[in-house]
Design a protein around this ligand. Structure first.
Ligand code: IMP
Ligand code: MG
Length: 183
């Protein structure tokens, strides 16, 4: 295994190791390859946090697929519940099966918004695959077909998840120290 970044001072501990993530992504890739065989599935993720997961997941899939990217207004803790799209899909997904690949589902508001948008684009089917699921804080009851890890109600960084834009490139997922303020 290659060298890993040292744990940042703002982090308490590693919650999910690089090896555990790789193993779970491989399992999801195998499952999804069987489910979507022969369908030319469109994998869609949300910039920027989903980049890391979609990049590993698509390479764990052994079927034909395409990638596309969306962007929505950034999440701000305590900053209101509205979600706004800042980049739409590049491809037409009319009548296509779409798999929304998310880094994390927390309140569910982001996925809820994106699901209705993808259905509005005329996708044949839309399923959600999230690497991390934080069910404790759910507001919108969104359907999640595939989950990597269910996690406790704690703010995480690494493998795409950021604290004010930082720490996305940690190859593992870490919990923050209690004293770190999320504003
Ligand atoms: P939502 O609350 O389900 O709409 O999640 C919105 C977004 O909040 C996610 O896509 C992440 O970008 C961000 N988010 C939620 N929980 C965490 C976390 O623990 N660490 C980093 N980002 C998070
Ligand atoms: Mg996100």
């Amino acid at each position: 295994m290659s060298a890993t970044l040292p744990l940042p001072a703002e982090c308490e501990r590693i919650l999910i190791s690089q090896e555990a993530i790789a193993q779970r992504v491989a399992e999801l890739g195998e499952t999804l390859s069987a489910t979507y065989a022969g369908s030319n599935v469109r994998l869609v993720t949300v910039l920027r946090g989903g980049l890391f997961f979609i990049s590993d997941l698509c390479r764990a899939m052994t079927i034909d697929l395409t990638l596309d990217f969306l962007a929505v207004s950034p999440y701000s803790p305590g900053g209101g519940a509205s979600v706004r799209m800042t980049k739409d899909l590049s491809d037409d997904v009319t009548d296509a099966p779409v798999l929304l690949v998310e880094d994390i589902v927390d309140t569910g508001l982001t996925v809820n918004y994106i699901l209705s948008m993808l259905r509005g684009h005329g996708a044949k089917s839309v399923e959600v695959c999230t690497l991390f699921d934080k069910p404790a804080r759910r507001i919108a009851d969104v359907p999640i077909a595939y989950t990597g890890f269910e996690i406790p109600d704690t703010f995480l960084v690494g493998y795409g998840l950021d604290l004010r834009g930082r720490y996305r490139n940690l190859p593992y997922v870490a919990a923050l120290r209690d004293e770190v303020v999320l504003t």
